[in-house]
Design a protein around this ligand. Structure first.
Ligand code: 3H9
Length: 700
């Protein structure tokens, strides 16, 4: 029929097969092929029924996201039209689903008259995660099949539903063991021979009628999602469309859906979220470590140190079913650490996100020791001791002696030189950094820091480890702060300067929060604790270049014993038992005093200036990092910032956002700011170059 859609006639049942690996995306060619196959099957009088299925791993992963925004070749049928054709067919059409039927793929299935699935199949409408909505009838057919609460949950949250649940909800009609296409063909024959009625989702009414005249259902839903979906456009558009399914006839609901889809697909938010989708997949690709690189086994692990980080890292292994030995210098430290782990699990159990049984099982995978000799057989060790080079070197020396020669030794440093740590061993090729983000059992990001001598095998194994423990691993190079924190410093530095010049913490935090970050830098500092940074700054004081501006505001806050939430006060104050930051006149007065002492005439600092002074230097630092080859690509930096720092996904990460703002604009502003405020703000050469070429980071 075509290269990407085949048609076969099985004694009167036409089997239409999508053949477009890897995900049977419904791109231009597939749609053209599908239209031809449908027409041929309809015109063929020997065909009495149709089965639609997918070749390979799945039914279909949906519309081809890469083609969004491109004009289709002349004559390419739009997906909604094809689905209408399928649904309108007088001959029964059965969807035979295996693997996944997602997005447009799920919508094709919803257009079929019957949906059969394998036991391990999953279906869903994840469009919202791409900043769009199901645009081929999904927002109108799904509510008619499953009712409003379930449809809202599916469409607004983009949830994937396993076959069993899909059956219970009424998305699919049956689960079949064995060959799904054979079962669908048999079902089709039965429909014909028994003259069974054709059921079209668009014609169903009972489940939507129930919700008619109850606008509060939708208003309440919007309220419940307000916080979670803050800043995102698509989830709210999804709710509007489901509401339209309730209040409008199908044909009119579809018009609403189409209009909202068009609006969203052209939006910057959707561009950003689609970028995020591909960036997450790019991140696993390392040019000099091809997919064929052999990896070492990861059957057992050890973590050195059972403080906050070590405990969280150990939990990651246990959660993934990997037995982990936790080492500490004393039994007392182990007991304390394990107690925290137990409490963490118990909190999850009390929230019903984990069963007691699962908790016990996970805890049983964590063993403890105070003896390096017990680490002789583990496959991988993650060191998470105090951030001190001498200590880390000592630990690595001991690990090198104690662990089997093939074991990988990883350091969870956030600031120290991985190469120097590796030099303390006789296996620098097996040493690598694994920078987890706090809390390590929650945060998805792992910056995997490639040392000068880390072997391709070690890198491939650690990237595999990230995946095995449910993290997003991004490969970076060795530098102070690695990629994420180095950029963070650039932004935090400017925000402190702004305090000296005229802003206050609450104002800066509001601007950054409104931009879409989970919290501003000061609330964030209070949450993370201010003392560690203070200690590091004290250590660095002697080597600080005297000609570069340095703000002492943060040091003065710490001198007051205000280390953040843990001491009840930091940049803000906190009421007993509350995590809500409250502006504190003590800090505001302190800032005013420091401004005066340093000769600043305080001025009104505008919100736009705050945004530019904080975010542009962040991008600028990202450009330096790219130029130095410490991140593989701009989109890797975006992944780091989305997963490690909560950079809003609807902005696609700092480098993608920079392209949206315009690199030229950022370069011009940085040049002006550099003239006004000095060296820290010098534009990166790469920023200058791509601005001059009229390009963006996307073009690198
Ligand atoms: C939609 O359907 C809109 C409609 O409502 C309305 C239209 C009018 N397009 O994830 P993987 C690529 S919107 C293009 O590693 P897995 C992916 O980039 C769509 N490319 O495999 C990767 O490429 P590469 C709604 C796609 O087995 C390769 O395929 N659908 C698409 O771990 C393998 O991907 C979704 O949101 C696509 N739709 O997981 C589903 N999907 O090798 C999005 C994947 O070059 N997709 N690629 O890096 C997924 O969630 C997963 O890919 C899936 C397979 C679960 C399907």
């Amino acid at each position: 029929m075509s290269d990407v859609v085949t048609l076969s006639n099985r004694n009167g049942v036409a089997v239409v097969t999508l053949q477009n690996p890897p995900v049977n995306g419904l791109g231009f060619a597939v749609r053209t092929g599908l239209e031809a196959a449908l027409r041929a099957a309809t015109d063929d009088d020997t065909v009495q029924a149709l089965v639609i299925t997918g070749d390979g791993k799945m039914f279909s992963g949906g519309a081809d996201i890469r083609e969004f925004g491109q004009p289709p070749p002349d004559g390419t049928p739009p997906l909604p039209m094809l689905i209408d054709t399928i649904e309108a067919s007088d001959k029964p059409v059965i969807a035979a689903i295996h693997g996944v039927a997602l997005g447009g793929g799920c919508e094709v299935a919803l257009g079929c008259h019957v949906r059969l699935a394998t036991p391990d199949a999953r279906v869903g409408l994840p469009e919202v995660t791409l900043g769009i909505l199901p645009g081929a009838g999904g927002t109108q057919r799904m509510p008619r099949l499953v009712g409003i609460p379930a449809a809202l949950d599916l469409i607004v949250n983009g949830k994937l539903v396993p076959a069993k649940k899909a059956l219970a909800l009424g998305i699919i009609d049956d689960i079949v063991e064995g060959d799904i296409v054979d079962a669908a063909v048999a079902h089709a024959r039965r429909m014909v021979s028994e003259n069974l009625p054709i059921r079209r989702a668009s014609a169903l009414d009972d489940k939507v009628v129930e919700a008619r005249g109850t606008p509060e259902v939708f208003d309440d839903f919007r309220k419940t999602m307000a916080r979670r979906a803050r800043g995102f456009e698509a989830p709210f558009a999804c709710v509007d469309c489901v509401e339209a399914a309730v209040n409008l006839p199908f044909a009119e609901g579809i018009v609403t859906e189409r209009a909202r889809f068009r609006e969203l697909v052209a939006s910057d938010q959707s561009k950003a979220q689609r970028h995020a989708f591909f960036a997450e997949r790019q991140v696993t690709k390392i040019p000099d470590v091809p997919k064929s690189t052999p990896t070492l086994s990861l059957d057992t692990a050890a973590v050195i140190g059972c403080g906050t980080m070590g405990g969280g890292i150990a939990m990651n292994f246990a959660n993934a079913g990997i037995p982990v030995t936790v080492f500490e210098v004393s039994q007392e430290a182990l007991d304390k650490g394990l107690d925290v782990i137990r409490k963490n699990y118990a909190a999850t159990v009390s929230k019903r996100r984990l069963s007691q049984n699962e908790m016990d099982q996970r805890l049983s995978l964590i063993s403890t020791t105070v003896d390096y000799a017990d680490l002789a057989t583990v496959d991988v060790v993650v060191e998470a001791v105090f951030e001190d080079m001498a200590l880390k070197k000592e630990v690595f020396g001991k690990l090198d002696t104690a662990c089997k020669p093939g074991a990988i030794l990883a350091t969870n440093t956030s600031t120290l030189d991985v190469d120097e740590i590796a030099a303390a061993t006789n296996r620098p090729d097996k040493v690598i950094g694994t920078h987890f983000f706090s809390p390590a059992n929650v945060m998805k990001l792992m910056e995997n820091v490639r040392g000068e001598q880390s072997s391709p095998e070690t890198i491939a194994t650690i990237m595999k480890l990230s995946k095995a423990i449910g993290k997003v691993g991004v490969l970076v190079g060795v530098c102070d702060g690695f990629v994420g924190n180095r950029m963070l410093y650039a932004y935090r530095r400017q925000s402190d300067f702004l305090l000296e010049e005229g802003a206050l913490p609450a104002q800066i935090d509001k601007v950054i929060y409104d931009f879409g970050m989970p919290m501003g830098p000061y609330a964030m500092g209070d949450l993370a604790g201010l003392d560690v940074g203070w200690r590091i700054r004290q250590q660095q004081a002697a080597t600080r270049p005297p000609h570069l501006r340095y703000s002492t505001v943060a040091d003065h806050v710490c001198e007051l014993g205000r280390f953040g939430q843990k001491t009840g006060a930091g940049w803000f104050r906190y009421e007993e038992g509350s995590r809500t930051p409250i502006p504190d006149p003590i800090v505001d007065e302190l800032i005013l005093k420091i401004s005066q002492e340093n000769g600043f005439t305080r001025r009104e600092v505008g919100d736009q200036e705050i945004l530019e002074r904080c975010m542009y230097p962040l991008v600028n630092e990202g450009a330096k990092i790219l130029e130095e080859g410490l991140a593989q690509r701009a989109s890797d930096i975006d992944v780091i910032w989305m997963y490690g720092y909560g950079f809003p996904r609807f902005r696609g990460g700092p480098m993608f956002w920079a392209d949206l703002v315009g690199v030229q604009t950022i370069y011009d502003t940085m040049s002006r700011l550099h003239d006004e405020h000095g060296d820290w703000l010098e534009p990166a050469p790469l920023l200058k170059r791509i601005a001059e070429q009229g390009k963006g980071f996307r073009d690198l």
